[in-house]
Design a protein around this ligand. Structure first.
Ligand SMILES: Cc1ncc(COP(=O)(O)O)c(C=O)c1O
Length: 393
């Protein structure tokens, strides 16, 4: 760990375990200690670790071609674009390598489409990535500090707030950009009535709707894309995380009329839609749409919420439980990090979404037995943390 620490830039506080092996909902550290993984690469390993079908397609692609410039046609990339457009309301795809990059592409497409109005309304508490435009669209001031000047043209509105919709009607921007469950911002689902009102204004005022599905997409909230649950069609969506089951790939999808604003030379990415990453995407998406994984996600989500509500009756440090599908936030009284670190000692990987929110992101094909084990281990975590608090009091 010491060597790793000294040669890596200091951008993460890393826990002192090295993940050495992973399968399904479990990972093992270099000492062979097993952990139940409820972090899933922060919503990336939606099919669990090393899913057989995806492993097969990457392995087979390894024998064909690893990389090919976008100056030539790439079979798996075309196949993935066909599948994404078949299973979404969008018509065309631009491939890249990460969520931030997908959002950068979306921001550029909005600007290319609307030559008269370059403003994008984003939302407080949002998270869209760490590159300069994605960071500038992120409504968390603490992440901006020290990196100014930011990219111009973003206005921040209050999420789930009807008053900010009045502002939208009076000052129509080129686009609104939002997550339908704010992930990093604290696992906050968008209110259905509020989204309906927002969509109505956007339709009336010809404002493009950009939905960041980087965390919510690929089945995480129980449908392939979260926008499906809200009953409207966005103009642009962005994807990454779960798209390649852990193989890095991002995508920006748009309606044809909007996508037409890009011409050859408008935007590019050397690795975007790389054959190996695209092969991972094709098998991941095929597995999601051809299996019962979305039903399983909803069934396990219900059981997870029910079990957590029972725990809440017993442990007053749980203030509330919120989220959608298997993107779940537990608001706790006290630092969430205490539960996360205690979890490691109890063979359970969980993560955070802000200082007081524990975030659970299990694989979407999690079994009932895995859930039972989660409750056993999480109960031990809660008992241990509440004991520590009462001793320190
Ligand atoms: C909603 C959302 N958008 C964008 C990003 C950035 O993705 P990446 O880290 O792949 O750049 C994230 C990452 O957590 C995210 O949750």
């Amino acid at each position: 760990m010491e060597k790793i620490k000294s040669s890596l830039m200091n951008t993460y506080n890393r826990f002192p375990i090295t993940v050495d092996k992973a399968k399904g909902s479990y990972v093992w550290d270099a000492d062979g200690k097993e952990y139940l993984d409820f972090a899933a690469g922060i919503a990336t390993c939606n099919l669990g670790h090393v899913p057989d079908e995806v492993k097969k397609s990457i392995t087979s692609q390894l024998d064909h071609v690893w990389h090919c410039s976008n100056l030539y046609q790439i079979g798996p990339q075309q196949q993935l674009a066909d599948l994404l457009t078949e299973y979404s309301c969008l018509d065309q795809v631009f491939f890249c390598n990460s969520g931030a990059e997908a959002n950068e592409a979306a921001i550029k497409l909005v600007r290319a489409y609307n030559q008269d109005n370059k403003t994008i309304a984003a939302f407080q508490q949002s998270f869209h990535g760490r590159t300069m435009a994605a960071l500038s669209a992120t409504g968390q001031e603490k992440l901006h500090v020290g990196f100014e000047p930011l990219v111009q043209g973003f206005t921040f509105l209050t999420y789930n707030d009807f008053d900010s919709l009045r502002w939208l009607r009076e000052n129509p921007p080129a686009a609104v950009m939002l997550e339908l469950v704010q992930g990093e911002g604290g696992v906050i689902p968008a209110d259905h009535n509020w989204v309906n009102a927002l969509v109505r204004i956007c339709n009336d005022e010809k404002i493009l709707i950009v939905i960041d599905e980087v965390q919510t997409g690929m089945g995480r909230t129980g449908t392939l894309f979260a926008y499906e649950e809200y009953g409207f069609e966005p103009d642009i969506i962005t994807l990454a995380k779960g798209l390649g089951s852990g193989f890095p790939i991002g995508a920006m999808l748009a309606k044809e009329e909007v996508a037409n604003a890009f011409q050859p030379g408008s935007h590019a990415s050397t690795f975007g839609g790389n054959p190996l990453a695209s092969a991972a995407g094709v098998s991941t998406l095929s597995e999601i749409v051809n299996s019962n994984i979305l039903d399983n996600c909803m069934e396990m989500s219900e059981k997870l919420f029910t079990g957590l509500k029972k725990l809440q009756e017993e442990f007053p440090q749980i203030k509330s439980i919120r989220g959608k599908g298997l993107l779940v936030g537990i608001v706790v009284d006290g630092p969430a990090i205490d539960l996360v670190t205690t979890g490691i000692n109890r063979n359970l990987l969980i993560t955070m979404a802000g200082p007081n929110v524990v975030r659970l992101l299990p694989a979407l094909n999690i079994t009932e037995n895995d859930l039972l084990l989660f409750f056993e281990r999480f109960r031990a975590v809660l008992e241990s943390v509440s004991k520590e608090v009462s001793i320190s009091e």
